[in-house]
Design a protein around this ligand. Sequence first.
Ligand SMILES: *Cc1c(COP(=O)(O)O)cnc(C)c1O
Length: 392
Amino acid sequence: MIDVARARRETPGCQYVTHLNNAGSSLPPQPVLDAVVGHLELEARVGGYEAHEQNEPAIERFYGAAAKLLGAHPEEIAFASSATRAWDMAFYGFPFERGDRILTAVAEYISNYIAYIQVAERAGVEVVPVPNDEYGQVSVDSLRQLVDERVKLIAITHVPTNGGLVNPAAEIGAVAREAGIPYLLDACQSVGQLPVDVEEIGCDVLSATGRKYLRGPRGTGFLYVRSSLLGRLEPPFLDMRAADWVEPDRYELRPDAIRFEEWEQAYAAKVGLSTAIDYALGWGLESIWQRVAALGESLRARLGDIEGVTVRDLGAVRCGIVTFTVDGVGASELKERLAREAINVTASPRSSTLLDSRARALPDLVRASVHYYNTDEELDRLVESVRIAALC
Ligand SMILES: *Cc1c(COP(=O)(O)O)cnc(C)c1O
């Protein structure tokens, strides 16, 4: 059970806003704020490099914390400035050749898909979205049928950006393992929201962000690469952190996942991210997930009862991301109206998941994403405001 009163006491933003944009960027808790500001202050007092040295243990703790969160080893973790950059560093490291296939999901994320198109054009790779099943999630049966010797990567978004759907990541992992195909999971919306364990899921690469359900600072993300795959992925960019310059004409890549990192990093943000991971682990991901899923279901039910409101979420398992439309009121317009009442939601544009939006003929959606620190009273406020908007 989550002590919601404590969670709110430890979240300064709760005094000011009803924050239902946790899938965009969550409200950080006080310990995260203290860690970030504390490191910036140290940099200002003693110098940036000197602050790094003094705060080294806190900075290095990031690898152990992220590994614990994902059930991985610290050497399999790389820090990045975003989930997208983390994902890119692994994706562009695969040696694709003409005729290779990438299997992906219908509700795949915009930035991933742009990268698929680029690689398809450059390397002659074919990108094949796996059809959905009757719940709107990736069909594991269709995936199994599509697997053959041409498939060089299975790349799936765990929780899409545009709704409550949770894809069956572990069932997909079982198919990938059986076929011996590398499996890249975009876990940007799931990490921090629900338990994500790389062994249970069976993914080989995973990307996540700091600012969403983990409640870390903006400008942070991280990558997991299974140790058995590390040596086979060539990072698309290298620098003096990723490799040692050992002879005038030769460098040696680091053996661990730090080969995917940049030398320069936002250390204040990195310390903040470690703190956010520790903080999430302190609550427990199972407890967080139970509360988030329950709040999500409750919000869906209440919105669905309002005439003129259509809830758009798919999935056999549904999470804390709730998307809906209101007849006669555009998503951006409703978002602006709610903002005037200090209720934060976002408008999820069709283009963020173009295949899914086209397949379902979706307009832009209103996205309200709950976290464990949200309350029933906050959901009431949203529901009341939406009810009024739907009347006009
Ligand atoms: C937000 C999001 C991303 C991108 O995360 P960044 O940290 O902004 O790069 C990737 N995938 C999904 C599903 C997302 O929702």
